[in-house]
Design a protein around this ligand. Sequence first.
Ligand SMILES: *[C@@H]1O[C@H](CO)[C@@H](O)[C@H](O)[C@H]1NC(C)=O
Ligand SMILES: *[C@@H]1O[C@H](CO)[C@@H](O)[C@H](O)[C@H]1NC(C)=O
Ligand SMILES: *[C@@H]1O[C@H](CO)[C@@H](O)[C@H](O)[C@H]1NC(C)=O
Ligand SMILES: *[C@@H]1O[C@H](CO)[C@@H](O)[C@H](O)[C@H]1NC(C)=O
Ligand SMILES: *[C@@H]1O[C@H](CO)[C@@H](O)[C@H](O)[C@H]1NC(C)=O
Ligand SMILES: *[C@@H]1O[C@H](CO)[C@@H](O)[C@H](O)[C@H]1NC(C)=O
Length: 331
Amino acid sequence: MLAYSVRFTLHLVLTPLILRVTLTSTEKNVLFIIADDLRPSLGCYGDTLAKSPNIDQLASKSQTFLNAFAQQAVCAPSRTSLLTSRRPDTTRVYDFGSYWRVQSGNYTTLPQYFKSNGYLTMSVGKVFHPGIASNHTDDYPYSWSIPAYHPTSFIFEKKKMCKGEDGKLHANLLCAVNVTEQPGGILPDMESTDEAVRLLKTRVSDDTPFFLAVGFHKPHIPFRIPQEYLSLYPIDNMTLALDPDVPILLPPVAYNPWTDVRKREDVQKLNISFPYGPIPKDFQLRIRQHYYAAVSYMDSQVGRLLSALDELGLANNTVVVFTSDHGKKLL
Ligand SMILES: *[C@@H]1O[C@H](CO)[C@@H](O)[C@H](O)[C@H]1NC(C)=O
Ligand SMILES: *[C@@H]1O[C@H](CO)[C@@H](O)[C@H](O)[C@H]1NC(C)=O
Ligand SMILES: *[C@@H]1O[C@H](CO)[C@@H](O)[C@H](O)[C@H]1NC(C)=O
Ligand SMILES: *[C@@H]1O[C@H](CO)[C@@H](O)[C@H](O)[C@H]1NC(C)=O
Ligand SMILES: *[C@@H]1O[C@H](CO)[C@@H](O)[C@H](O)[C@H]1NC(C)=O
Ligand SMILES: *[C@@H]1O[C@H](CO)[C@@H](O)[C@H](O)[C@H]1NC(C)=O
């Protein structure tokens, strides 16, 4: 793939094709962008509501895969599968509690392969699933030339940061904020973009090819996003999911009671019965509004990365990959 210097856009999980890269004498840099819990709510995938101009523009110059599947609808197994090019039944990582090198085998990862072929490999944000799933190091030093970077403002992500209707701060699911009022005046994905741009600048006068992975936290919940993105999605324009109710014949084993969502204060206030709900329809619409706004916010960070590549004169020599770990069913 590298030999053709193709830019490609993927959704969900890359097929093993990309992981079996053969390097040629014309070594390109790689900018590998992964979003968290992003389903194809993007203009380039035909979603007419989504406003994703930067990713759409990237897609217009790329190979867009329409038939890519997540191996498992959970971050750690999906990312481990993608980054080791092995199915969860091989990695035996099905949740968050194990590190594949110990659990199943000392498999070479995608960035590790680049690293062992002379690339400088760098990780910004959520690329490997953090914690046990990557041995509390994001698989450094196997996969990365330098320790992985994580945005410091992420420590506030699940804290009481969202102004509620009562004027007080809450740990809400729906959390559109005035960024200047947030600690440090910044949000995690903005911080990750800043760091990625800083790293790109250090590459301009260096001939060593690089593999830079940038993992954005949005549109994963909570929807702690700059408030201005909500105005792209007037609530009156929002529609319910095509299947907003629990299917009558659904086997219980196939159901996810969204315990993570239920922990948020605004959701707790709704007194939604366990495990099936339902979530009130007006709240469903607001969740969808915030999800889309989070996609647009993430898209604008992608735009900042691609602009930096252009401005630094790196774009012609850099393969860009955009993907996601899985698109959870949107409530
Ligand atoms: C895993 O593989 C790497 C090289 O790919 C090697 O340096 C390391 O020693 C191996 N670890 C184990 C536990 O075999
Ligand atoms: C995991 O991290 C620990 C502590 O840093 C280290 O001792 C251990 O060797 C690591 N495991 C592997 C398989 O590299
Ligand atoms: C955001 O907060 C800052 C500082 O409190 C304030 O000056 C500004 O007007 C606020 N912006 C909006 C759009 O509310
Ligand atoms: C909302 O829907 C109306 C009617 O379909 C449309 O004209 C308008 O452009 C939509 N607004 C946005 C921001 O998508
Ligand atoms: C939720 O339950 C509490 C306590 O039973 C009650 O005070 C409150 O009004 C309920 N809220 C809703 C939205 O039903
Ligand atoms: C990048 O490639 C395009 C098309 O081949 C060319 O027009 C442009 O000048 C190149 N830009 C740089 C910075 O090399």
